[in-house]
Design a protein around this ligand. Structure first.
Ligand SMILES: Cc1cc2nc3c(=O)[nH]c(=O)nc-3n(C[C@H](O)[C@H](O)[C@H](O)COP(=O)(O)OP(=O)(O)OC[C@H]3O[C@@H](n4cnc5c(N)ncnc54)[C@H](O)[C@@H]3O)c2cc1C
Length: 1045
């Protein structure tokens, strides 16, 4: 069996040796599977698919009583219930036992709901979950260290769990031991199986945990020399980045040691959240905190942000600004594969340019490309062993596979050689030598062990200028040059790479007649010698090479090592690369399409023709591809976490919203009035593609706005409620027959009208919860008939909100669920749609004016929904619904229309005009169109002025009456403009079936009515009573239509 994944390494482990040729993941399996540590190990399929658990199973298979019993489990909806059953008292043999489970972040997300049924932890009855953090992401199923699938689930993780995260290999081993030593909680340990924990070459000291009753994770961490948070970087930093421990945390720390003014806090203990410990590591100089949260989508609220925000919030003193950065899986991938992008992202916070590299330049980076089945594919490990022996050198090796880009797969191995004290040792190998598609060349040495890869894959692009490239090939130099694609040759020339060839088969054949096994061994030694000669350069004399080869190979019976070294020495040839011949343009060879290596498989082994990909035994490579493409293999179904902040269209998922809702995306948010103008009127556009949203002209859009996040967090902190705590609320309109569960933060941000206006009945209802007599009386009084004047003042003058009332009467602190019921839900606000769907397609436009005011005590206040809308960012999702309207165009397009509006009243008329212009463009006859628009200043509030001018020029608007009340010496309003056109208006209304519309604020209604009466009286000969009766009749006929608000 040829084992190429690390899980195949069968180095014996004991708790007393220092290990360097096994990975931390292997040591974690060793610790977790001891019968003295766990009574049973539950290996979930998702963990095994990423190469974690296979060893435990094989150890258990050897039926040694040193190993815990092993149970294989599928990840399905309700995953975790079997653990609950096993741990529940009196139901099984494991009741009163320490159980271990292996799963991945997405597997953990699928199991988290079941975990709430776990019995409370006791020193002898606990669950420890070891989580290798690696998750397939995107279309290419590239494996990523993102925690995005798990972090939203934290909101419902029971408090009986501690969550700890490790980053370096030794730390992964230590925290695995810590997770068993702590006895007062269940523990989840997440470790970097994407890189650090799979690397070999680190000197690991496995410590077997001894359990002492009553110890918390914090105690045990501290006894092991770790703390809940680490601080790295400038001690006087004003800017601090906070992120979860893991590969990017190591990069951030390395960066902070090079960048002035930047500090980095890494979170090692995420639960229980220790606010005090966080405050203690922050430098007093900090002014800005940037929190990086792994989230599934950009609209998902980051858990860490909320934690950090509430930790630093101090109502009495000025606190640092806490900024949230939502890192979606694609971003994590970018940061991991392109460390320079991550460095620039962090350096932007301190307005500086990123250093060229995160690690020190003395490290030598070697890259090996092979195919998993090649007999020579052990070269990287042999070289690692050659270099690991000297005490002063660290040799770290990471093996990754790509099973999609070539039948049989491709293996990339990265070896970093550095002085032992080099700080790059702490940056994972994957980040130290990234394999990004736009690599500028970072490998100091590239070895290609299969000549076909030179033709199919982009490999030389990873070589640094001047680097040697060793190719195992049967080709001569000339054959190689004619075989490789032109663009590969271009890179070779541009980077001045040294292409060297060796044919170990040919050299071995010349060493005498040997059996197949001995020949393979000789071929490997030839390759090792060729590599070392090229790598060591001048220092690689024949004597040195012989010494090194002897050290690894010992003596082979019937084989002369001198002969092998001589053969390899002579067999290594460097290809002469000549300058390109100038080719006429037309004959120039077309660039080839080389494939990129994508890391998508961890363990690849072959066993008698069978293929094992990420732990699953498959019949063919075709099956392997299907297995990985089949999302359910990696993404457990059943339990989904609808993006917390993302309201969804399906009523079952957002039952508190009674009408049909649509999730549209903001594409434009543009202020129309000048910045220095006191009124903020803005134009919004939403993309409704794929939502099924269909609207009629004149309809209004219901917007389900949210409360301000920071204001909610402030309130939570003041009220003393944990924003992550769960609340079960009754679904409105269901009389408490339907309930749903959300975090307090979600409930207060998205559902409960905490900053809205309390009705009179709220006061006596709240009085029931007041513990101070004075508060009780006051609240009851305001709600009583005698308190009407006080209520009026509070409501209309002071414009107090529910939150204000709670702050005024502090002793009234109902529990948060009661509070939610007392306050009630945020109502959607309606906005006339300012677009015609026939013209704009899957798009909805709105015209909105911000509502704000100042209370008598001088506090600025904002309208709930307009504040939300004004703050919308492009790309943000918004839940909307539709409201039918009276604002309908007449059935006959030839009927005249008269539109009058102030300010945002222009919105539906824009839709009308768009539609009439569209009809006209198709030569459909359209009746006269009169448009009256009023605002204060033409220069500042001529809303959609340019469009209107164009409509006037095209004749879509037959006549416009524009009234800018404050532009001239006398106030001019729309009613004045209407009176000027009185003869036309009277004729159109009386004789031509015209429809009149007024939209916007209510106050011009009487004046406009009067202007119409006056026109009718003047130009039809009727008296005022008859004219009034005529207008009333028009209302019945829906020819006098008002939409005022
Ligand atoms: C059919 C229809 C179409 C509409 N079309 C548009 C449109 O196209 N464009 C547009 O901008 N608007 C439009 N509106 C108005 C819109 O629906 C909202 O009413 C408006 O945007 C204000 O909403 P808000 O949530 O920002 O303010 P709110 O929070 O609802 O506040 C509104 C007012 O209520 C008062 N208030 C708020 N809180 C308190 C309190 N605690 N105590 C006492 N008083 C308080 C304040 O006076 C405040 O001005 C339309 C309304 C309707 C009915």
């Amino acid at each position: 069996m040829a084992a190429n994944g690390q899980s195949g390494v069968s180095t014996p482990i004991s708790s007393t040796t220092t290990l360097s040729l096994v990975s931390a993941s292997t040591v974690i399996e060793f610790i977790a599977s001891r019968s003295t540590t766990s009574s049973s190990v539950f290996v979930y399929d998702v963990a095994e698919q990423v190469g974690f658990g296979t060893l435990t199973k094989s150890w258990a298979g050897a039926s040694s009583n040193e190993v815990a019993s092993v149970v294989s489990l599928q990840t399905r909806a309700g995953a975790g219930l079997s653990l609950v059953g096993r741990l529940s008292q009196g139901t099984s043999k494991d009741a009163g036992a320490v159980l271990t489970a292996y799963t991945t972040p997405s597997g953990l997300a699928a199991m988290v709901q079941s975990l709430s049924f776990l019995p409370a932890p006791t020193p002898s009855s606990r669950l420890i979950i070891q989580v290798p953090t690696v998750t397939p992401v995107g279309d290419s199923f590239a494996l990523s260290p993102t925690l995005a699938s798990f972090t939203p689930a934290l909101a419902i993780l029971p408090e009986t769990f501690s969550v700890i995260l490790s980053a370096t290999p030794q730390e992964a081993v230590d925290l695995a031991a810590v997770s068993y030593r702590a006895t007062d909680s269940h523990v989840i340990h997440l470790f970097d199986h994407h890189s650090s924990a799979r690397e070999t070459g680190h000197s690991l000291v496995p410590t077997l945990p001894e359990q002492e009753p009553g110890l918390s994770v914090k105690d045990v961490l501290s006894a092991a020399g770790y703390s809940a948070f680490d601080y790295a970087g400038d001690q006087g930093a004003r800017t601090v980045v906070v992120l979860l421990n893991g590969p990017l945390a190591l990069s951030a720390k390395a960066l902070a040691s090079k960048v002035h003014g930047l500090g980095v806090v890494t979170v090692r203990m995420l639960r229980p959240w220790d606010e005090e410990a966080l405050r203690a590591v922050l430098p007093p100089s900090v002014k800005q905190i940037h929190v990086l949260d792994d989230v599934p989508t950009e609209t998902t609220q980051g858990v860490l942000h909320i934690d950090v925000f509430s930790a630093v919030l101090d109502p009495l003193n000025s606190t640092p600004v806490v900024k949230s950065h939502r890192i979606v899986p694609a971003r994590t991938q970018e940061f991991v594969t392109k460390p320079s992008a991550f460095a620039s992202f962090l350096c932007d916070f301190v307005a500086t340019t990123a250093p060229a590299s995160l690690d020190v330049s003395v490290a030598k980076k070697v890259l090996f490309f092979s195919t998993p089945t090649s007999p020579l594919s052990g070269l990287a490990r042999t070289i690692e062993q050659t270099f690991i022996a000297p005490k002063s050198i660290s040799a770290r090796l990471l093996t990754d596979h790509d099973v999609f880009s070539k039948p049989g797969g491709v293996t990339a191995e990265r070896l970093i050689l550095a002085p032992k004290d080099d700080m790059s040792v702490s940056v994972p190998v994957s980040i130290s030598l990234p394999l990004s598609s736009d690599s500028a060349g970072e490998a100091n040495f590239v070895a290609i062990l299969d000549q076909a890869l030179l033709k199919s894959h982009s490999i030389v692009a990873h070589a640094a200028p001047g680097a040697p490239v060793l190719v195992v090939t049967s080709w001569t130099g000339a054959e190689l040059l004619s075989n490789i694609p032109a663009d590969v040759l271009t890179v070779v020339r541009e980077r001045n790479l040294r292409i060297c060839l060796v044919d170990p088969k040919a050299v071995a054949a010349g060493t005498g007649s040997l059996d197949a096994a001995a020949l393979e061994a000789v071929e490997n030694l030839v390759l090792q010698t060729a590599f070392l000669r090229l790598y060591l350069g001048q220092a690689g004399s024949k004597e040195i090479l012989l010494k090194l080869v002897r050290k690894t190979a010992g003596e082979l019976p019937g084989v002369s090592l001198e002969h092998i070294v001589d053969g390899a020495w002579d067999g290594l040839v460097e290809v002469e690369i000549l300058a390109p011949e100038t080719t006429p343009e037309a004959d120039a060879p077309k660039p080839s399409v080389l494939k990129q290596f994508t890391f998508n498989a961890i363990a690849v082994e072959t066993d008698d023709g069978e293929t094992v990909v990420n732990g699953a035994r498959l019949a063919s490579w075709h099956d392997a591809a299907k297995h990985i493409m089949f999302p359910s293999a990696f993404t457990p179904t059943g339990v989904t976490f609808p993006s917390e902040d993302e309201p969804v269209q399906h009523p079952a998922l957002r039952p508190e919203v009674p009408e049909r809702t649509y999730l549209v995306t903001c594409t434009v948010n543009k202020r129309l009035t000048p910045l220095d103008y006191d009124r903020n009127v803005f134009h919004l556009e939403f993309d409704s593609r794929g939502t099924g949203l269909k609207y009629e002209i004149g309809e209004a859009l219901g917007v389900h706005g949210w409360n301000d996040a920071e204001e909610v967090l402030h309130f939570c902190s003041w009220y003393g409620v944990d924003p992550n705590q769960l609340v079960t609320l009754s679904v409105p309109g269901t009389d408490g027959t339907r309930m749903h569960t959300r975090t307090v933060f979600q409930a207060l941000q998205q559902q409960i009208d905490l900053f809205g206006r309390p009705g009179k009945s709220f006061y006596p209802a709240l009085a029931e919860y007041a513990t101070e007599k004075a508060d009780q009386y006051a609240l009851r009084f305001i709600g009583s008939p005698e308190g009407s004047a006080t209520f009026k003042k509070l409501s209309e003058k002071d414009t107090v909100s529910f939150a204000d009332v709670l702050r005024r009467y502090e002793s009234a602190r109902p529990g948060v669920e009661v509070l939610c019921e007392l306050v009630g839900d945020i109502k959607p606000r309606h906005y006339s749609i300012a677009s015609a769907q026939a013209v704009v397609g899957d798009q909805v436009d709105l015209l909105v004016v911000s509502v704000d005011w100042v209370t008598p005590s001088g506090t600025p206040r904002y309208g709930q929904c307009t504040r939300y809308l004004a703050g919308l960012k492009v790309g943000q999702k918004v839940t909307v619904s539709l409201r039918p309207s009276v604002m309908r165009l007449p059935p006959d397009d030839k009927q005249p229309i008269i539109m009058a509006g102030l300010g945002t009243g222009a919105a539906p008329f824009r839709a009308f005009l768009q539609y009439r212009a569209w009809l006209a463009s198709q030569s459909i006859p359209v009746g006269p169109t009169y448009y009256y628009f009023g605002s204060r200043h033409r220069s500042q509030e001529y809303l959609y002025g340019e469009e209107l001018e164009a409509f006037m020029a095209d004749g879509v608007i037959t006549k416009a009456g524009l009234a800018f009340s404050r532009d001239g010496p006398h106030k001019v309003y729309i009613q004045h403009k209407m009176k000027e056109d009185g003869v036309d208006l009277a004729r159109m209304l009386w004789d031509e079936q015209a429809v009149f519309y007024l939209c916007g604020p209510t106050w011009p209604v009487p004046d406009v009515y009067e202007a119409l009466v006056e026109s009718l009286v003047k130009h039809t000969g009727k008296d005022a009573v008859e004219a009034g009766a005529f207008l009333e009749g028009l209302k019945e006929e829906e020819r006098y239509v008002l939409e005022v608000y």
